[in-house]
Write a new protein. Structure first.
Length: 345
């Protein structure tokens, strides 16, 4: 390996690490606020990438049909809840937000999406189709189990993962897809030349990380999520709805996954089950951060991306093994530094 090859591998590792950093932060956020180890995070990546690829090819993505179906399930659950409680005030808003708007979006996609549509419009449509699935899945699956143990929530997450993979196979098919590049050309940084697409992906990841920091530090909803992450019971006592916090958390997680999928769609061919490995590598980054520290998770993600890149050069057949083996010394080190605490603490 000469220096030029090392720079190319480093560039690939930084791009991959930036994506894993976003996913790791989403996993840390979901666990801190809801105690859910959100294994299906990678499926939002695959859904985002495949939705964009199909839109750019002029086809209607399966997510345009899946979103109204999920909305109908949410509406049905809310109707059952209203029958039990006698309160129907929330039903009109849910019918509009979860059923009417997805149907309007389906009409727009069927009528106006095509190969001549701007890729930036396709990206916006992708976000509108994929992001609402996060809070819907939270309402359908996790909200009724909000007080369950972490182990139960983990088992449920595994079940949701397999369900979403199956749905991905149904709505997207087994064929792989790849979106066209957003930005062409090369950027010379002096010591190395970056493709404009890779530099764009890293820049977007950095901007999103800064935006998340601003959201959690400076906004009311961000501080509410931080309070819920620190102490769920205390947050409820001061009037913070843990249900709203959970829905907002899953919205952010779905948005992060969808953006990550949009960024990788022009870089690699994506299949319906591609998100599993991508999500697992983000999970490794989250574990390095102890599912609690965002900066450490981001640093761990860069380490995972660079290790994966260089492993693909030296031992491509074992690169996944090498990346996932990284979790063993981290868990051993954390086991020696772990202090037993109550779950609520």
């Amino acid at each position: 390996m000469d220096f030029s090859i090392a720079l190319i591998l480093l560039q690939d590792g930084i791009v991959n690490g930036a994506i894993y950093a976003l996913l790791g932060m989403a996993l840390v956020l979901a666990f801190a606020v809801t105690r859910v180890i959100f294994i299906p995070q990678g499926e939002f990546v695959a859904f985002g990438a495949l939705t964009l690829a199909l839109l750019t090819s002029g086809q209607v993505p399966g997510t345009a049909y899946l979103l109204p179906v999920l909305g109908l399930i949410v509406l049905a659950l809310e109707v059952v809840r209203a029958l039990r409680s006698g309160s129907w005030s929330a039903i009109p808003g849910i019918a509009i937000g979860c059923v009417a708007l997805p149907l309007v979006l389906l009409w727009l996609v069927r009528g106006y999406a095509g190969p001549d549509t701007s890729v930036w419009v396709d990206m916006l449509l992708t976000l509108l189709l994929v992001v609402p699935m996060g809070p819907m899945i939270y309402r359908i699956v996790y909200s009724p189990l909000a007080e369950a143990s972490v182990l139960v929530l983990l088992i449920v997450s595994v079940a949701v993962h397999f369900a979403l993979v199956g749905l991905g196979l149904i709505v997207f098919g087994a064929e792989g897809w790849r979106a066209p590049t957003f930005i062409d050309g090369q950027v010379n940084l002096g010591f190395m030349t970056w493709s404009a697409q890779s530099l764009f992906a890293v820049a977007v990841c950095a901007l999103l990380i800064v935006a998340l920091w601003f959201f959690f530090s400076k906004t009311l909803y961000g501080r509410a999520l931080r309070a819920t992450a620190v102490n769920r019971r205390g947050a409820r006592l001061v009037g913070i709805s843990t249900a709203v916090s959970g829905g907002l958390t899953f919205t952010l997680a779905a948005a992060i996954g969808a953006v990550s999928g949009i960024l990788i769609a022009p870089i690699t061919t994506v299949y319906y089950d591609t998100g599993f490995l991508v999500g697992l590598k983000g999970f490794v980054a989250g574990i390095i951060g102890g599912l609690a520290s965002y900066p450490v998770a981001a640093a761990g993600a860069l380490l995972v991306g660079i290790l994966e890149s260089f492993s693909s050069f030296w031992a491509s057949a074992y690169k996944e093994v090498i990346v996932f083996t990284l979790i063993i010394p981290v868990l051993v080190w954390r086991s020696f530094n772990h202090r037993s605490t109550d779950d609520e603490e």
